[in-house]
Design a protein around this ligand. Structure first.
Ligand SMILES: Nc1ncnc2c1ncn2[C@@H]1O[C@H](COP(=O)(O)OP(=O)(O)OP(=O)(O)O)[C@@H](O)[C@H]1O
Length: 276
């Protein structure tokens, strides 16, 4: 459903006119319902890859190659086509959930407007569905949460709201950019488990950007290892663990924090064992 071929991104510094190559001709594809993890050190180009798919690369950027989503080449699409694809087919779950919601609107408005914009659901019906959406992501006191402003909720709760909003639009592709990095450690595992469960339930494809190799391995079908703007290799978590093709992947594996000193893989709250 997503096919990225030879994706390049170059950014020109407006002051010096100097051009920097950020992405170096990357190719990967993603099937319906499949999850791909983008892993690699800071600055390797993981977030920029997502930005190119969303069409929100920095001003002064030159994007090359092709990004085909469900038959539409996003780099060749008109503004109107792009707007439609973004509203109907893509949902972003970013690091900081506070950035996703308008701070002066209640959670209920966020959910209602998401459903009305993306799927054309009448507002009265969307309102009726909002509490059910929150229950789907494990929120029980739905009335309080619906009436809350974003600043009144914890980061973990708010990220659940963002996941509920993302699912409500029935997108085909979720783009998750370090969705739990800004949360405290105990909340991180819960939020990842919810994201993983909902994605599978709804059969959505996902690109999951993470510094955390173990976490990405636990919830993704394949991992793409990035360094300096290039994808070095793509493989299943087992392939990346047992048969890494590059010294960099080997080093990345060796640099992981020792999460399970007794040789036991950490377990997510949904029972999934991490397998790298
Ligand atoms: N607005 C921008 N203008 C120019 N270059 C940028 C901009 N934002 C990021 N970069 C550069 O693009 C490169 C890739 O950054 P990117 O944010 O994609 O990395 P990343 O792998 O997601 O890292 P992190 O895990 O730290 O978010 C980096 O060298 C970064 O300095």
């Amino acid at each position: 459903m997503l096919n990225v071929e030879g994706l390049t991104l170059a950014v020109t510094d407006p002051d010096t006119g100097q051009e920097t190559e950020i992405l170096r001709g990357n190719s990967f594809s993603l099937g319906q319902g499949e999850a791909l993890g983008l892993v690699g050190e800071s600055g390797s180009g993981k977030s920029m890859t997502l930005k190119c798919i969303l069409g929100i690369e920095p001003p002064g950027s030159k994007v090359g190659g092709s990004i085909e989503l469900g038959g539409t080449d996003l780099l060749a699409a008109s503004g109107e086509q792009l707007r439609k694809v973004r509203a109907n087919e893509l949902a972003l779950i970013a690091q900081n959930p506070h950035g996703a919601l308008n701070p002066v609107l209640h959670v209920e408005r966020f959910l209602i407007e998401g459903m009305a914009d993306a799927r054309g659901i009448p507002k009265a019906e969307a309102k009726a569905r909002a509490a059910g959406l929150l229950r789907q992501v494990g929120i029980t006191d739905t009335e309080r949460v619906l009436r809350s402003y974003p600043h009144q909720l914890s980061g973990g709760l708010l990220q659940r709201v963002v996941i509920a909003g993302a699912i409500s639009g029935e997108p085909r592709l979720l783009l998750a950019d370090e969705p739990t990095t800004a949360l405290d450690v105990t909340t991180q595992a819960e939020v990842v488990a919810i994201l993983d469960e909902k994605r599978r339930e709804h059969g959505l494809s996902m690109i999951f950007v993470s510094h955390d190799l173990d976490l990405a391995a636990a919830i993704c079908d394949r991992l793409a290892v990035m360094k300096d703007g290039a994808i070095l290799e793509i493989g299943t978590p087992e392939e990346i663990r047992d048969r890494p093709k590059t010294d960099y992947t080997r080093a990345l594996m060796a640099a992981r924090p020792l999460l399970h000193p007794e040789g036991r893989a950490p377990v997510l709250p949904n029972g999934t064992e991490t397998d790298v």
